[in-house]
Design a protein around this ligand. Structure first.
Ligand SMILES: *Cc1c(COP(=O)(O)O)cnc(C)c1O
Length: 451
């Protein structure tokens, strides 16, 4: 063991200076988002009222392979990057596999997940364009926490709509946002028309990401000098997250290996895209044979059981129509603990890549995800976020297959966050109070028909 390196780090001057834009290299480009009224392909200008202008241009940029990371953002990345690439010797031993398992540990960011990689970028561009207020939605609170901190870094005011059930069940994430100085409102709220409409129809509505997005977009549209930000799904978010895979590429080289399989959990696709796209580049350009596996919850299976359609990104239908794998924008997922994975659709880049079979998807049951998370915690000493547990479960499945076949495959997964603020979920799992959630084909069919 003693001569085996456990962790791989980059020096500050080795941290990548550009994000990777996979859209430039894709053979079949993502289909264009559409204006819902005219059905015309969207132009960057159409998004200017809602997002910072530079983010709109990045969103639809299919030309430039490399996009420079602004110096101000790189300076902030230094607070926690590079994140370690770790060889999971403990996990390999626990499941007695010949596979070599590595993970990229994004849980070491100040707020405990990968979300900060994009929050810093988005807040920076808003600041640069003279915006004073930024708004967003958050489910479990990971994105809200990242954005609240990033807003403070760049001197902006943040207003966060938090899904009501999370606001009530996850008080510490709310405290974190408030500690960073953000204003947090449970959604649906009476402060927007979208919120009022929903509460009038359903007074006991527990909230959903789709609803909270509608509220935040409405605030951005109706408040001067205020922009909206989103923590997943959109292509510019995945772009910022490629810092994960670009670092991992260099670190795997230090380890003298190249991944046969890359795994990440899947909510809207940003941490999956972040770790995968820089490696997928070699698949597209050089024919490398890596398998890319997205692990989604069985209760929200847009990739494995959704349909490729044009759908809205939010409940009220304020967003453009996006070509994506979706369960329908009114889909109400079961209240699983992996809050960050409870979203009805997948980003447009990932949707095209899945359609073109550059990647695969698997669904993971809630109980299997926590069993995997506990196994990992005991083997490696890190308690993973409930979302990340899905990636770990899929990794363990692949590693066990290697045990059967005797193959020494190299598996790399992304540890998107730690679970230290999700201990009530672990409590319930350990007490035997959690269940799996089966969805019938009928339920899915109905939800998709509904759009
Ligand atoms: C938000 C979140 C996710 C899911 O979002 P993606 O955009 O699919 O990456 C996964 N893990 C953690 C820890 C999160 O906070």
């Amino acid at each position: 063991m003693s001569n085996k390196q456990k962790r791989f780090f980059l020096q500050e001057n080795e941290i990548p200076t550009h994000w990777y834009n996979i859209q430039a290299d894709m053979i079949n480009k993502p289909m264009p988002p559409l204006n819902p009224k005219t059905k015309e392909p969207l132009k960057p200008e159409d998004l200017f009222p809602v997002f910072a202008e530079e983010l709109c241009r990045q969103e639809l940029n299919q030309k430039d392979t490399w996009i420079e990371i602004p110096e101000e953002v790189r300076d902030m990345y230094k607070y926690y990057r590079s994140t370690p690439l770790v060889r999971a010797y403990g996990l390999e031993k626990a499941i007695d596999t010949p596979a070599h398992i590595y993970f990229k540990n994004e849980s070491v960011s100040p707020i405990g997940s990968h979300k900060l990689n994009s929050a810093l970028a988005q807040a920076y561009y808003c600041k640069k364009e003279g915006v004073k207020n930024i708004t967003t939605e958050t489910g479990a609170g990971q994105w809200g926490a990242a954005l609240s901190y990033a807003a403070k870094v760049f001197g902006l005011e943040a207003a966060v709509y938090q899904v009501k059930i999370s606001y009530e069940q996850k008080p510490y994430r709310r405290s974190i946002m408030q500690t960073f100085g953000a204003q947090v409102t449970p959604s649906p709220s009476m402060s927007t028309r979208a919120g009022k409409d929903i509460l009038t129809k359903y007074p006991n509505h527990q909230g959903s990401l789709g609803t909270a997005i509608s509220e935040a977009i409405e605030l951005a549209r109706t408040t001067p000098n205020c922009k909206y930000t989103l923590g997943s799904v959109l292509s510019h978010v995945a772009l910022h997250q490629t810092i994960i895979g670009l670092e991992a590429e260099k670190q795997m080289e230090m380890a003298g290996e190249y991944p046969d399989i890359i795994v990440a959990c899947f909510g809207g696709g940003s941490n999956f895209g972040g770790i995968s796209f820089p490696f997928m580049r070699h698949t597209i350009l050089e024919g490398k044979k890596t398998r890319f596996i997205a692990a989604e919850p069985a209760s929200c299976p847009k990739l494995t059981r959704g349909k490729f359609i044009y759908d809205f990104g939010d409940e009220a239908g304020y967003t453009p129509l996006l070509p994506m794998y979706s369960l329908g924008h009114n889909f109400a997922p079961a209240n699983i603990h992996a809050g960050g994975l409870r979203y009805h659709g997948a980003g447009v880049i990932v949707s095209q890549l899945l359609k073109d079979k550059y990647m695969e998807a698997v669904d993971i049951q809630q109980l299997d995800s926590f069993a995997a998370g506990c196994l990992f915690a005991r083997a490696e000493g890190i308690i993973p976020a409930p979302e990340s547990c899905h990636a770990i479960a899929a990794t363990i499945n692949e590693a066990k297959r290697c045990k059967e076949t005797g193959e020494e495959k190299v598996i790399l997964f992304n540890l998107s966050g730690h679970g230290l603020i999700d201990m009530s979920a672990y409590d319930q799992y350990l007490a035997g109070d959690l269940t799996n959630h089966a969805l019938t084909d009928d339920e899915i069919e109905k939800s998709i028909e509904n759009i």
